[in-house]
Design a protein around this ligand. Structure first.
Ligand code: ZN
Length: 478
């Protein structure tokens, strides 16, 4: 315990230096009456006096009761960058939380603190930079771990800028030489105590921001640096960078969309067993994965074919094996929102989160996939299409609806599909229901007997020469 407190004392010394005085007592000595749990009204403390906030309004993740004391500040600008920045902040908090939980398995008194602050700049009314920095410390750690992250955004195009969009990679040596010079100016003698200053590589330029006077550089934190050098900060003036700084000239060709973190690559079929001249349909199953999904996979395996599963994000984790099996069979796994809320009734931010969190949990199993999803209830609004377009997602509905969710009767579901199935149809069903899975014991062999190839939605669109366009709605493959 003594060690913990002395470590925390170091933490607060460092906090005092870089985050300025917050005018309150350290969280660890707060009295019990001072606490408020996560989720209730957090203490709203002002940002440090010297914080620059030119882009976004400060938002906060706070925990005043521990065992992880948290104070994580990040900006929300009401635009497409919000999700990405808020998710980063949440990840930092969650990682710290998990680390403390792990420590407490062996030491019930383990505790810690995470404190992150930010500065944000808006240059030329167009380029926004967010510089997040902070510390995490936990029981048993000799020194705090430094946290640094820079976000650079071209607010005009809505693109997130890579470092190569800001500094010419071909002139990196010049930028590094200037960086070394500025570090030595600001921290005389740094070359004697900081490892690697005489042999700098591009990792020194990982965290850069577009400032008003020049590029602000936070060389990546290094645990082995001596106190006072953990977090070097220098500015490389634009006039001294010369042509090594090329923002506004070459950058937009490679900059990635703020939200399409994994930009959609053109779809390429993995299987060469489809004959585009023969009839095909896409069977699609919504609202799973469920206990009935494997029954449908068995049928596809037996009779030959693939399907598309539009899954509910919050159901994926507990049926990872089913999802993995479907994917390995060549089926397509796409999102159907996180919790089946009607997306047309949600805010833009909630829509983004619903689509992207679902995409993330699917991709944790399948890797990056097509940027397609199906909104719950097939409900679509102009706002939903707009947000989808901004996110880089196309929407998939259907051309055949057997209303299996309503009848829940295999004897009615089978003819409802078979009487309406035609070449290039997208057929809606729900693997959530036993009767639907039972209906498939007849539907799948019958479709095969009639000569239909059972393909995924992406394959159906591909063989129809349709390259799905973000924000557009697709009903069938012709
Ligand atoms: Zn649904």
């Amino acid at each position: 315990m003594k060690k913990t407190l002395s470590s925390l004392f170091v933490l607060f010394l460092i906090l005092a230096v870089f985050a300025a005085c917050r005018g309150d007592e350290p969280a660890l000595s707060s009295s019990p009456g001072d606490v408020s749990p996560m989720g209730s009204e957090p203490r709203t403390e002002p940002l440090p006096d010297h914080a620059t906030v030119e882009y976004g309004e400060p938002d906060l993740i706070a925990d005043n009761i521990g065992p992880l004391w948290a104070y994580v500040r990040y900006p929300q600008a009401g635009d497409a960058t919000d999700y990405l920045i808020a998710r980063w902040a949440d990840e930092m908090y969650q990682d710290a939380f998990d680390e403390i939980q792990a420590l407490r398995e062996t030491d019930a008194s383990a505790e810690g603190e995470i404190n992150i602050q930010f500065n944000s700049y808006l240059v030329d009314d167009r380029y926004a930079s967010v510089l997040e920095r902070g510390v995490f410390i936990a029981s048993g750690m000799e020194r705090p771990r430094h946290i640094v992250r820079a976000f650079n955004i071209d607010t005009k195009s809505g693109l997130m800028l890579d470092n190569a969009n800001i500094l010419d990679p071909a002139k990196q040596a010049r930028a590094l030489a200037l960086l070394r010079e500025k570090i030595l100016e600001a921290y005389p003698g740094a070359d004697r105590v900081v490892d690697g200053l005489d042999d700098m590589d591009d990792s020194w330029l990982t965290h850069i921001a577009i400032g008003h006077e020049g590029i602000i550089v936070l060389p990546a934190p290094d645990a082995d640096r001596p106190p006072g050098y953990e977090e070097l900060t220098v500015t490389l003036p634009y006039d001294e960078l010369g042509s090594a700084f090329w923002l506004g000239e070459e950058q937009t060709t490679t900059a990635t969309s703020v939200l399409s973190v994994s930009a959609a690559a053109p779809f390429v079929p993995l299987w060469d067993d489809v004959d585009p001249t023969l009839p095909m349909v896409a069977l699609t199953f919504d609202d799973g994965p469920s206990q009935h999904t494997d029954q449908i996979l068995d049928l596809l395996e037996t009779h030959g074919g693939r399907a598309t599963f539009f899954v509910i994000g919050n159901l994926v984790e507990r049926r990872q094996d089913t999802v993995r099996r479907a994917f390995d069979m060549g089926c397509e796994i796409l999102g159907h929102s996180w919790d089946h809320r009607n997306l047309t009734k949600l805010t833009r931010q909630e829509i983004e989160t619903g689509i992207l969190d679902t995409r993330d949990v699917i991709e944790s199993i399948t890797g990056p996939g097509p940027q397609l999803y199906r909104p719950p209830y097939g409900a679509v609004s102009e706002t939903l299409k707009e947000v989808s377009r901004d996110l880089g997602f196309a929407l998939v509905l259907w051309s055949v609806d057997p209303r299996d969710w309503q009848t829940r009767n295999a004897d009615l579901i089978v003819p409802a599909i078979m009487n309406n199935a035609k070449d290039r149809a997208i057929i809606l069903s729900h693997d959530l229901y036993g009767p639907t899975a039972d209906a498939m014991t007849r539907v799948i062999p019958e479709l095969r007997a009639r000569g239909y190839q059972l393909v995924t939605v992406s394959e159906l669109l591909y063989y129809a020469d349709i390259d799905p366009e973000a924000g557009h709605v697709y009903y069938k493959g012709n």
